[in-house]
Structure formats: structure tokens, C-alpha cells
Design a binder for this molecule. Structure first.
Ligand code: SF4
Ligand code: MSK
Length: 634
């Protein structure tokens, strides 16, 4: 965070954001940047991971003069404990989402929920095949068996690896994890498991080990962190993605619109924000129904416009083509346009500031999840068993709010970009003609040097979208295909990098491949749980070439990262063999030992590792060097 006060232009590269920010300044609306300024400078103990409050003999802070906490824990233990607690929270967020989908899917399979259906039978069968479930049975029987293996991963008590990890991870990678477990045991004499056994168990074990007086060694703690991250990437997140595809359809290529300009002055605007399509799919369906459109006309609107923010946006744009109003940092700004009748939220990345802010407008800030309460929200309890009814109530609440809109407060920035989205692994393989071969051939021929997968949030400490866009631009220029998810994907869509025209910004080789396949050089693969799609794509390439993921010219990045989920995502990519860039610096600087393990020590064991770089141009160059190095071994 720069020490000097930042000017407006230094806060974002998005003109729509700057437009609303000057309005906010005029009208005195508070934003995330105002609160960041008041919180700065941040506590250096927290920033370096050196503060422990895991028991009430503390809190303890580590300095040169006080190198041990009251219990005797040193800097490495405290930093590692804090890190894996954050990672466990991130894995829990993804996996709780995954569990909700698996439970719903089971109910649909059992015939106990009629508000949802199986939308993609072909995907269900392809999942079933991975588990050697007979696909000649009727669809309901297949679904019941797939539900059983998914739910088992949240509750089984044996020592075997997760069903989903066993079925989806490439053979060579599984052998690597096995070897790492053996190597750690022979080096230390202590059992250190990498292969996750049960998603909830690994998260619980992180919490147990970080309790005062349990696990007090950085390596041992970090290995459990790796196991928990794998339980997320090849477990909770993967289950969420796969079963959502079955329930709501596997994304395919489509054109959408992005940025605040998608909001419509003459319509009832409903924003869906958060993460779980179980809610947002129903809200979109209810809003589009002729009955609700008619009701909107009765209050003087031309219709109902649904737009998304954050990863809920990514879910509904990938499957339904719903426009996206923005990424994480747009959530307050969208309300400030004065045309949002309802901001409907479920879980994750939703600022508690939205309730008080919505009160300055006619906007109804509607919370829906029993897991998430917010100050000054209107709570309409979502219930999967009455999903249509509840979704209708939400839409009706928005329609009612339209009557209260104050025309004096309306200010919609005009910025809108088009983006080609919907690149599920299935869609990519279809575009490639049914096999990864054309992509592999393009990589082998050097037309595409390699692939970088980016996920990322927004973080007001960093100029909004600046790192995302600068890094993306540099990479495609270097003939590196960029794929990704989350708030990075929304940044790329808003900046026009997902249009076919963006082919012109790519290097000659990448441009040629993209033109032949009629795709942009930057591919939107979905929400943050959909990082699992990138793992599945990496697995498909590794299996095709009969190599390990760590042999592929792949690099990951989480620029502008914010959430604990990003800690888990970054770690499961590293654990899967991918070098991962991070900026900003995670709170681990207080321990050289922890930094050493994560940036160097893991390399020999897992193939992946973390690296930190503040400059996007230098990051792209470093990524290119890593890719070129990996290509030599091909
Ligand atoms: Fe201090 Fe140890 Fe308690 Fe942490 S666990 S607060 S280091 S005494
Ligand atoms: S929403 S986790 S800010 S990507 Fe998935 Fe965006 Fe990061 Fe939340």
C-alpha cells in the first residue's frame, strides 16, 4: 500500500470505476478505498504473519527481542499456523459450496427436489465413467451412484485418497504425491500425508493442528496445508464444478456484455452477487418469466434486467449469457449508479458495507443464505425445496423497489465491452475437434509457447485491474495462451481481451492458432471454484502426453489476490506441479523458513512453487523463462 495519499486516477484503470468514484467523492458515499486509507498503515505483525492469538496466554507478537510466544512457539510455527488456518478457511468456503451442490444433486437424483433437474446427461455419464459406474442404467440410477461417491468424499473415514482425486488426477501426479509422502517419511521419520482422505477431515485437522500445543513445526504444518488444498482443488471445488454442470448445463461458447454500462435505466435491475448458482440460476429464471416481466411493466419499467457481480456473475454468464456488471470492487459502485433495485447475495466476497450503503438508495440489499447475515440487509431465506417460490419473491421485491427509484440519483457509466466466454474443458476439446491434440501440436510447434492460468480477486491496495490487464497483455504478446477464472476473468472481459479482436494483440503464433479456432487469446473458464477446470485441462494435457503436470509449460498466477480461497487455490496448483506467481505478498515474510519452503523447498518435492513479483511486465518475463525452461524437456 503506497504511503502517500493516492489520486483518483491511481485507484483503477477502469473508466466506469473512476466515473462512479468521482460521483462518490462529490456525494460523500464511502467506498472500500476510503476504509483502506483509514486502516493504513497496516499492522506489521499481521502483515508478516508474526501475530498469534491462538490461545489466551497471548496474543503474542514475535520480534527480535521476543522471538518466542508465551508457549514457546517460534516465528516459523506461528507464520505456518496462520497460513494454514487461512488456507483451511479458503478450502472450507469452496468445499461448503461443493457440499451444497452435492447434497442438492443427491436430492434431485432421489426425486426429492423437483425445482432442479439434470440438465446435462452427457456430462453426468462422462463423470460416471470416471468412477466405472455403468452408464447403461437409467439416468436416475447413474445420478444416485455419482451422488454417493461425491458425498462420500465429505464423510468417509478410511485412509484412502478422495474418490474424485483418484478419478480425475493424472496417474503420474498421483505417483508423485505417493513418492513425496514416502520421501518425507524417510527424511523425517514422521508420517506426513499429502493425499487428502476426506474434505472436511483435512480442514478439521488444520484447525486441530494449529490449536495451542499440537503441531509446532513449519514443514509438518505446511504439508497438512498442501493436503487440505488438494482436498479443495481435486475435491470440494471439483465436485462443485462437475455437479453444477450436470444440474445447470456445461458452459459453451457465447458472447456476453461486461461492465457497469450493462445496467439499464428503463428496467428493473437485479444484481446477483456471491458464488452459488443454486440461487442465481433460479433468480434469473424467475426474472425472465413472462409473468414477472409483465409485473415489471405494471410499475412502469420496460422489463427486468439481471446482471452479475463476482463469481456468481461468472456462473450465470458462462451458462446463461447473463451480462456482468463488474468484479469484486464494483459491488459498492453498482449500487451508487442509483438504478439497482435489488442486490441479491448468498456467500463469499460480499462486503458488509453494502447494507448501510443500500440505505442511501432505494436498493434492496437481499441476503438469502442461512450461512451469511449482513447488517441492514433484507433477509429472504432461500430454500432449495421452494427455490422457484423464493426466487419469485426476490424478483417481486425488486419490482416493488423500482417505484421508489429516485431519478435524481441515476448515474450509469456508459462503459460496456463484449466478451466471448464459456470455455469449459468440454467446450475447449470440442473446439479442438474432440481431442487435445491440436493444442498439444501448437505447443510442440512453438506457435503457443505455453499456457498461463490466472485467477485473482481485486485488492484496493493495488490499482484495480491494472496488474490483471498488464500481465495478460504481456503474456499474449509473447505467444502465451492465457486462461483463467474469477475476478481476473471479469477484468479481462471488461478490458476487451476476450473479444475476437483481441487476437490482434497476440504474438504471431498465438494469433494464427486463435484465428484458426475462432477463439480469443484469453479464455474465460468460469468462477473461482472453476479453477478446477484448469486442473482438469492440465490433467487432460498431461495424460495425453503421458507426462506429469509439472512437465508441462504451465504457470499460474493470482494477481490482486485478496481472499483466503486464493491461498488454497494457489497451493493446490503448486501441489499439482505448477509454479504460481503471487502479488501482493502473502503474510509469511516473518519467517525465512516458511518462505524458503514455499518458494524453494517444495520445488524438488512437488515440481510447483510460489514466486512473488510486484511488476506485471517482469512477472510475464519470468513466466516466459519458466515456460521456455520447461519446453526444453519436451
Ligand atoms: Fe502465544 Fe503460543 Fe498462545 Fe499463540 S499459542 S497466543 S504463541 S502462547
Ligand atoms: S469472487 S475469491 S474476489 S476471484 Fe470468486 Fe473474485 Fe477472488 Fe472473490
Amino acid at each position: 500500500m503506497p504511503k502517500e495519499k493516492r489520486e483518483l486516477k491511481d485507484l483503477s484503470i477502469d473508466p466506469a470505476v473512476l466515473d462512479i468514484l468521482s460521483l462518490a467523492k462529490q456525494k460523500n458515499y464511502e467506498t472500500v478505498w476510503d476504509r483502506l486509507e483509514r486502516q493504513s498503515p497496516h499492522c506489521k505483525f499481521g502483515s508478516s504473519g508474526l501475530c498469534c492469538r491462538n490461545c489466551v496466554m497471548g496474543p503474542c507478537r514475535i520480534t527480535e527481542k521476543t522471538p518466542k510466544g508465551v508457549c514457546g512457539a517460534d516465528a516459523a510455527t506461528i507464520v505456518a499456523r496462520n497460513l494454514i488456518r487461512a488456507l483451511a478457511a479458503g478450502a472450507a468456503a469452496h468445499s461448503d459450496h461443493g457440499r451444497a451442490v452435492a447434497v442438492l444433486f443427491n436430492e434431485v437424483a432421489q426425486g426429492k427436489n423437483k425445482d432442479y433437474q439434470i440438465a446435462d446427461e452427457a456430462k453426468l455419464k462422462s463423470i460416471a465413467e470416471k468412477f466405472h459406474i455403468h452408464t447403461s442404467q437409467d439416468i436416475t440410477s447413474i445420478a444416485k451412484e455419482v451422488a454417493r461417491v461425491a458425498l462420500e468424499d465429505f464423510g468417509k473415514q478410511d485412509e484412502k485418497a478422495l474418490n474424485f482425486l483418484e478419478a480425475y488426477a493424472p496417474q503420474k501426479r498421483k505417483e508423485t504425491w505417493q513418492k513425496v509422502e514416502e520421501a518425507l517419511f524417510s527424511q523425517t521419520g514422521k508420517k506426513m500425508g499429502i493425499l487428502p482422505r476426506n474434505i472436511d477431515r483435512e480442514i478439521t485437522e488444520c484447525m486441530h493442528r494449529t490449536h495451542m500445543g499440537v503441531d509446532n513445526q513449519a514443514l509438518s504444518l505446511l504439508v497438512q496445508g498442501v493436503r487440505t488444498a488438494l482436498a479443495d482443488g481435486w475435491g470440494g471445488s471439483l465436485i462443485a464444478t462437475e455437479l453444477q454442470d450436470v444440474l445447470f448445463g456445461t458452459p459453451d461458447k457465447k458472447v456476453i456484455k461486461a461492465n457497469l454500462g450493462v445496467l439499464k435505466e428503463d428496467q428493473v435491475n437485479i444484481i446477483v452477487h456471491g458464488h452459488e448458482p443454486i440461487l442465481s440460476e433460479q433468480v434469473v429464471a424467475a426474472a425472465m418469466s413472462p409473468e414477472m416481466q409483465e409485473k415489471a411493466k405494471e410499475v412502469g419499467a420496460q422489463g427486468i434486467n439481471v446482471a452479475g457481480i463476482c463469481c456468481t456473475a461468472n456462473e450465470v454468464l458462462m451458462r446463461l449469457g447473463v451480462p456482468v456488471a463488474g468484479n469484486m470492487i464494483h459491488q459498492e459502485l453498482a449500487i451508487m449508479t442509483g438504478v439497482v433495485e435489488a442486490m441479491v447475495v448468498d456467500v463469499q466476497c460480499i462486503f458488509p458495507s453494502l447494507g448501510p450503503l443500500a440505505k442511501c438508495f432505494h436498493t434492496k440489499f437481499i441476503s438469502t443464505s442461512d450461512r451469511a447475515a449482513f447488517p441492514e440487509a433484507v433477509h429472504i431465506q432461500f430454500d432449495e425445496h421452494h427455490a422457484r417460490e423464493v426466487a419469485q419473491k426476490i424478483v417481486e421485491t425488486a419490482i416493488e423497489a423500482f417505484k421508489e427509484r429516485d431519478p435524481q440519483k441515476v448515474h450509469i457509466p456508459q462503459e460496456v465491452e463484449e466478451a466471448v466466454v464459456g470455455f469449459s474443458v468440454e467446450e475447449i476439446i470440442k473446439i479442438l475437434g474432440g481431442s487435445p491434440k491440436p493444442l498439444v501440436d501448437a505447443i510442440l510447434a512453438g506457435k503457443i509457447k505455453g499456457v498461463v492460468g490466472i485467477v485473482g480477486c481485486n485488492n484496493p491496495k493495488i490499482k484495480h485491474d491494472a496488474f490483471h490487464i498488464s500481465l495478460t497483455k504481456e503474456l499474449i504478446k509473447k505467444d502465451i495462451l492465457v486462461i483463467g477464472t474469477g475476478c481476473w476473468a471479469i477484468a479481462a472481459a471488461k478490458a476487451g481481451f476476450m473479444k475476437l479482436d483481441a487476437q490482434a494483440l497476440a504474438g504471431e503464433g498465438l494469433k494464427e492458432v486463435c484465428k484458426a479456432l475462432d477463439i480469443p487469446p484469453v479464455l474465460h473458464m468460469g468462477s473461482c471454484v472453476d479453477c478446477s477446470r484448469m486442473l482438469v485441462l492440465a490433467a487432460a494435457l498431461a495424460d495425453y502426453l503421458k507426462v506429469d503436470i509439472s512437465d508441462l509449460p504451465l504457470v499460474g498466477s493470482a494477481p490482486e489476490w485478496t481472499t483466503e480461497k486464493a491461498v488454497s487455490i494457489g497451493t493446490y496448483f503448486v501441489a499439482s506441479g505448477v509454479p504460481v506467481h503471487l502479488w501482493p505478498m502473502p503474510p509469511i515474510g516473518g519467517s525465512e523458513e516458511v518462505v524458503g519452503i514455499l518458494t524453494e523447498g517444495v520445488k524438488d518435492l512437488l515440481g510447483g512453487y510460489f514466486f512473488i513479483e510486484e511488476d506485471p511486465v517482469k512477472t510475464a518475463s519470468r513466466m516466459e523463462r519458466i515456460i521456455m525452461e520447461k519446453r526444453k524437456a519436451f
